[in-house]
Design a protein around this ligand. Structure first.
Ligand code: FES
Length: 69
């Protein structure tokens, strides 16, 4: 299993990380002001949160909002 993007919008976490770095975003909410993602099913949001925390852009594990809370 390889999870590396918001499937609903079709944007990779790598691309989102570049936008987050360029705009100095440290939260999902800040990143949503400058990048389009997470507007469909929302399943990518905990991955984006983890990406902002760790710098990872490819995940081989399931991350849910419950685990993330
Ligand atoms: S995968 Fe990002 S909103 Fe559905």
């Amino acid at each position: 299993m390889r999870i590396d993007r918001c499937l609903c919008v079709g944007v990779t976490f790598e691309a989102l990380k570049k936008q987050a770095d360029a705009a100095s975003c440290s939260t999902v909410e800040e990143l949503r002001c400058v990048a389009e993602f997470g507007t469909g099913c929302g399943l990518c949001r905990p991955y984006v949160r983890e990406m902002l925390r760790t710098g990872e852009t490819v995940f081989d594990r399931i991350i849910t909002e419950v685990e993330d809370a």
